[in-house]
Write a protein that binds this ligand. Structure first.
Ligand SMILES: *Cc1c(COP(=O)(O)O)cnc(C)c1O
Length: 447
């Protein structure tokens, strides 16, 4: 192990922890010889412990699950250009809330509002901490103490902690469920409208789908009803894509612009799902509504940070050239990657690990399916290519654990007796590290 420079306090703690573990082992009656306590055997243990203490807790991992928008693995990796903006703004002063034209106090929201409006055709926009905050803020502003009509089939739970009925309760709005779980008709909404009604809400059923005898009211009809009865219509788009991804084999989903053109008054969506940017909640829609939301004091508690704004602005700018966005925004690049390119990457990985595994693990390229993830486009499986590992000297579960706990953690997925490493979500410049992580477990060096 090379020389490590570390604060004395960290070194002391590392030494103490190793010695405490030895002491415990002795007290527990485990066989510890005097030789085990010498300088030679202890020094590497100290160094190992110290290295673990110095390693950041938030670390990069290799996502070989094939789930593109993976909520547990940080959702969307940011494009490099977004990171440059972040570095500049993060390490210096900025005009975050200062209008350089007038020299007066400015608004952090005005910085990306124009970009969002140009890209989607919205009249006005506001950005908050995440989409959950966006939904809460819109409901609190438009419907506190009043009623919001939602289809029973759209009362979703996302990732365990975000549930439409609960967010609704926190906002102070009263939920009025209409229709049946599988079918809701326009007349169900219409019959539920009272003087207390403040809003008609449509929620993207992001992470599940009801199949069979079903029907949902199309957004256009809901918009028509809203207009007829003088009620605003909101859509929680969840993922909210700015580009039509159906040409890459994904199911057709209305883009943010299409939802707005259909006449919806306000939409919300996440910054770090299909948009491929930093965590944020985007609220777009009619000026009168957005202005009302901007004045809500709750806004202050949910506001976004300058680093997020810098990242978001850089990502949004990429969308002015759609092909550029598809190439440079990692989430979009992974979703639109052609199968032959992924297969080539799988074969490259196989070549890199092939020899060192000799006999101790079988490795082959195998067809598989990736998932969009992030509660976006449920059931949307994209044909992909994986390297399948079948260990001979340990169980597949053990291999999965060891790869996950390594210095460069690798997260794959077990299918039967195999560990699959889906190459759709692995970048080309990660192949070397991935190969080394695998071969290190089988005593090889990797190439
Ligand atoms: C993901 C999602 C949310 C929550 O968004 P966050 O950005 O994770 O807060 C809300 N509504 C829908 C429909 C979603 O898919």
């Amino acid at each position: 192990m090379g020389e490590v420079k570390a604060p004395a306090a960290q070194v002391k703690s590392a030494v103490r922890e190793v010695l405490a573990a030895k002491r415990e082992a002795i007290l527990a009656g485990e066989p510890v010889s005097l030789a085990d306590l010498g300088r030679e055997p202890l020094l590497p243990l100290f160094a190992e412990r110290l290295a673990a203490r110095l390693r950041p807790r938030l670390r990069t991992v290799i996502n070989a699950t094939g789930v593109v928008v993976h909520t547990n693995l940080g959702r969307s990796p940011l494009p490099r250009s977004a990171m440059e903006g972040l570095l500049q703004v993060g390490t210096r002063y900025s005009n975050l809330e200062f209008d350089l034209e007038t020299g007066k106090r400015g608004s952090r929201y005005s910085l990306v509002e124009g970009l969002l409006c140009e890209l989607t055709g919205a009249e006005a926009a506001l950005v908050v901490n995440n989409n959950a905050a966006a939904v809460l803020l819109v409901l609190e502003t438009l419907a506190k103490g009043r009623e919001v009509i939602v289809s029973r089939g759209q009362l979703v739970e996302i990732g365990g902690s975000f549930r439409i009925p609960e967010v609704m309760a926190k906002s102070g709005a009263r939920l009025v469920e209409v229709g049946a779980t599988n079918r809701t008709h326009l007349r169900d909404y219409e019959n539920a409208i009272t003087e207390e009604t403040a809003l008609l809400l449509k929620v993207h059923t992001s992470n599940y789908r009801i199949i069979g005898f079903t029907s949902e009211v199309p957004l256009a009809e809901l918009v028509e009803l809203g207009a007829r009865r003088g009620l605003p219509v909101m859509e929680d788009l969840g993922s909210g894509s700015l580009v039509d991804l159906s040409r890459f084999g994904l199911q057709k989903e209305p883009t943010v612009g299409e939802a707005l053109r259909a006449g919806v008054d306000v939409v919300t969506f996440s910054g770090d799902k299909l948009l491929g940017g930093p965590q944020a909640g985007l609220i777009l829609g009619r000026r009168a509504i957005i202005d009302q939301i901007k004045k809500n004091p709750l806004n202050r508690a949910l506001r976004i940070d300058k680093l997020t704004l810098a990242g978001l602005e850089a990502v949004l700018r990429l969308y002015f050239d759609e092909e550029e966005a598809l190439r440079t925004i990692p989430t979009l690049a992974m979703l639109s990657a052609p199968l032959p390119a992924i297969e080539r990457r799988a074969r490259r990985l196989l070549r890199k690990i092939g020899k060192p595994l000799a006999g101790r693990c079988l490795a082959s390229v195998q067809a598989t399916h990736s998932l969009v993830g992030g509660g976006a486009l449920p059931e949307q499986a994209l044909p992909s290519s994986a390297v399948a590992l079948i260990p001979r000297d340990r169980s597949v579960n053990q291999l999965e654990t060891e790869l996950r706990r390594g210095a460069l953690p690798v997260i794959g997925r077990i299918e039967g007796e195999r560990l699959l490493l889906d190459l759709r979500t692995v970048a080309d410049d990660e192949l070397g590290g991935l190969a080394a992580a695998i071969t290190a477990l089988f005593g090889g060096e990797g190439r």
